[in-house]
Design a protein around this ligand. Structure first.
Ligand SMILES: *[C@@H]1O[C@H](CO)[C@@H](O)[C@H](O)[C@H]1NC(C)=O
Ligand SMILES: *[C@@H]1O[C@H](CO)[C@@H](O)[C@H](O)[C@H]1NC(C)=O
Length: 407
């Protein structure tokens, strides 16, 4: 089209030039002024035709633009109407949810599903710290579900030193009951508190995992963001924990100067052990186990792992009943009636997370406790003065199972 126009323009220019030239020559020759006038008229006609011909597509263009504008307008209107409809439907759904009768809790549900899962050094609840940041070496990796959360959602998170993590207490033994019959399963209003040596508190005055909604809140140190993975430390989360949300920790609004806590929480050293030492053979046995356990570990060396064990065991991670009655286990196994009487099992479960350390009684009456971390089973003793002796380490049954599968 443009080429064609250029050609026409060239032809017009050539005609004008020749016309002017011929007009001059005609005038100077003073032969035929009518012929000269005719040439000028022809040139004017050609110019008018070219002008009109040039205008036509421009009219077409503006017509097209008008059409497009109109179709855009109508589809915007359609969109707005759809949006209105959607908003109305959403409001109706919300109203229906809010108005769901209180005796039919199952219907009152919200669209919440885990956004990711924790891969933690703590293979079981046993030994998982009771609070965040107690064990700086406690590492975990939050692996986000890519079909729900694109990696771009993590952009900027690494600029914070800490973040909040909202998660599900998925290992609560009463979870299934709670979900099947939310109204029928009664939670205990009061729970035992380790720091109170078995004294009880209202569930909302504690961070017990056994609450009407089994949701946990913790804070962790942000180590790195790698693709769809968030590396954390100082965690008190057990492996496999489903995570509902992550939010940045913002000191100026998340930390309140001069906030009060009850006195029982200020007695902090209650749960600190006196010392942690390792048996003579521990380091070399660990080195052997590390050849296998170290392959998939969050820790780079057996040394670093040993430091983790020291940090974990520097807090008394036993349950209240284990601490109060270190020989309760013997009574339980020897006498099932004693089991009912002494272990008060409901209350033990209602204690703070994770606290039940597996124990094993030797014939000498000494108790060996087990802690499973990073797939290694660490055995230790603790005496009445709070001195911890780490006895031995072996591959956990989970790792052994994996090994035999691989072979
Ligand atoms: C990830 O999310 C999708 C969609 O919500 C779900 O179907 C899938 O089971 C999730 N995957 C994991 C590993 O949780
Ligand atoms: C420590 O455990 C290993 C198995 O991991 C075992 O072979 C060894 O005898 C144990 N050592 C002691 C001192 O109990």
């Amino acid at each position: 089209m443009a080429e064609f126009k250029a050609t026409v323009a060239f032809v017009v220019a050539a005609l004008s030039a020749s016309a002017v030239f011929s007009g001059i020559s005609i005038r100077t020759l003073s032969q035929n002024s009518i012929f000269s006038l005719f040439i000028v008229i022809v040139i004017i006609l050609v110019m008018v035709v070219v002008h009109l011909w040039n205008r036509k597509p421009r009219d077409l263009d503006s017509k097209k633009v008008k059409e497009l504008e109109e179709s855009l307008k109508s589809s915007l209107e359609k969109c707005a109407a759809e949006r209105q409809g959607r908003i109305r439907a959403q409001q109706a759904l919300r109203n229906a949810l809010v108005q769901a009768r209180p005796d039919n809790l199952e219907l009152t549900s919200y669209p919440m599903a885990p956004i990711g899962t924790i891969q933690s050094c703590f293979s079981t609840r046993n030994g998982t710290p009771r609070q965040p940041l107690l064990v700086p070496l406690a590492r975990a990796c939050l692996v986000f579900n890519l079909s729900r959360v694109p990696p771009a959602s993590l952009e900027g998170l690494e600029e914070y030193s800490h973040c909040w993590i909202i998660y599900v207490f998925h290992l609560n033994t009463d979870l299934e009951k709670l979900w099947k019959h939310p109204t029928k399963s009664k939670f205990k209003a009061k729970v035992r508190v380790p720091r109170l040596k078995g004294g009880r508190m209202g569930v909302f005055a504690t961070r017990s995992p056994h609450r009407p909604c089994p949701i946990g809140l913790t804070v962790a140190k942000v180590e790195a963001v790698k693709g769809h993975m968030l590396q954390l430390s100082g965690v008190d989360l057990v492996d496999g924990t489903p995570v509902l949300d992550v939010k940045p920790y913002v000191p100026y609004c998340d930390s309140i100067q001069g906030a009060n806590i009850p006195e029982w929480l200020t007695v902090d050293n209650l749960l600190v052990v006196a010392s942690v030492s390792f048996s003579e053979g521990f380091t070399s046995t660990l080195a052997d186990c590390w050849e296998i356990a170290g392959k998939k570990s969050l820790y780079s060396s057996a040394d670093e792992f040993q430091n983790l064990i020291r940090q974990v065991l520097s807090w008394d991670i036993r349950s209240v009943s284990q601490r109060n009655q270190p020989h309760g286990f013997l009574m339980k196994t020897e006498n099932s009636k004693a089991l009912e009487k002494t272990s008060d099992s409901e209350d033990d479960r209602n204690e703070e997370a994770c606290s039940h350390v597996t124990e094993e009684a030797l014939s000498s009456g000494e108790i060996i406790y087990h802690l499973v971390v990073e797939g290694l089973d660490v055995s230790y003793k603790i005496n009445c003065n709070g001195n911890v002796m780490v006895e031995n380490v072996s591959l956990s049954s989970a790792i052994l199972k994996e090994q035999s599968k691989a072979l």
